[in-house]
Design a protein around this ligand. Structure first.
Ligand SMILES: Nc1ncnc2c1ncn2[C@@H]1O[C@H](COP(=O)(O)OP(=O)(O)O)[C@@H](O)[C@H]1O
Ligand SMILES: [Mg+2]
Length: 273
């Protein structure tokens, strides 16, 4: 019996629950605006290779939470630790230096630039030929762009096309490929990446997220679409009225459980322990 119990316990541990150090550890994070607590005492660990979906009604505090993790706003109180070390992030650059990148809804792409121009925007590779003014190394940027798409398991789009000519899913891929150029990237935060996409295109983004997880990255994704959430997430973190109701393992919950957490603000009794 003892063995059976242990085996069952082991089997019930998802990859995310295996004992290891979190990539990021958030403790007691709060943000007040005047007397209003946009985030109230939020704690959450995110592990390497883990996809967490953050869900909750409008005004629940999701954006406030990710803004604190991505260095856009500073917490009123609480702590964020990365690799076991407390960090004080005062800007998105600080977050970047800590391996955190945010893919914003507009993807920060320049529509009239082509794929590789977008990917290398602001960090163009240069080539110096002896005695000459440095010039852009288009060949190398092209080679690396093809390589990035290969890493994402995607067919490389026509690199000469302006990105406005690409599909929504391909544009997401360009936005993500851009982030992968960061050396120490650990956590990718995505705010409603499928919001404006059709079924096929959303599936592509789901696959992209799977690929990011396979490559060892952590992903924190905000989504209103529970179908997508159930497709990509290892754990589902539910917020309501500025509080974290709980982060539950996807394999242990049904749609209805998550809906009742969002609406009722309580973890289903059988999961609370
Ligand atoms: N800059 C701000 N100033 C005042 N109140 C804010 C600000 N940002 C967010 N809030 C409030 O904090 C709460 C949480 O907002 P938000 O984090 O945007 O929620 P969500 O992203 O889940 O919709 C809301 O009540 C919102 O009105
Ligand atoms: Mg929001």
């Amino acid at each position: 019996m003892q063995y059976a119990f242990q085996a069952q316990e082991a089997a019930s541990q998802s990859a995310s629950a295996v004992v290891r150090d979190p990539m990021i550890s958030i403790r007691g994070l709060s943000k007040s605006y005047g007397g209003h607590k946009a985030n109230d005492n939020i704690s959450l660990d995110i592990f390497p290779n883990e996809v967490i979906a953050l869900v909750g009604d409008n005004g629940a505090g999701k954006s406030t939470f990710i803004k604190m993790i991505s260095g856009v706003i500073r917490p009123t109180s609480g702590s964020i630790s990365i690799g076991g070390r407390k960090v004080d992030m005062t800007s998105p650059n600080d977050a970047r230096a800590n391996g955190i990148e945010t893919l914003h809804q507009n993807l920060s792409l320049v529509d009239v630039f082509n794929v590789q121009e977008n990917i290398f925007m602001g960090r163009e590779l240069q080539r110096k030929i002896l005695g000459m003014v440095p010039s852009l190394d288009h060949a190398e940027m092209r080679r690396r762009t093809v390589d990035l798409f290969k890493q994402l398991g995607l067919k490389t789009p026509d690199l000469n096309k302006a990105v406005r000519a690409l599909s929504g899913g391909q544009r997401q891929a360009v936005g993500i490929a851009r982030l992968l150029l960061e050396n120490d990237l650990k956590l990718i935060i995505m705010d409603e990446p499928m919001a404006a996409l059709g079924v096929e295109e959303s599936r592509l983004v789901v696959e992209l997220i799977m690929r990011l997880r396979e490559r060892g990255y952590s992903v924190l994704i905000i989504s209103h679409n529970l179908d997508h959430v159930f497709q990509v997430a290892d754990r589902i973190a539910v917020m309501k009225n500025g509080r974290m109701i709980g982060a539950v393992e996807r394999n242990k919950v049904e749609h209805d459980d998550v809906v009742s957490m969002i609406v009722g603000g309580r973890i289903p009794e059988r999961l609370a322990s």
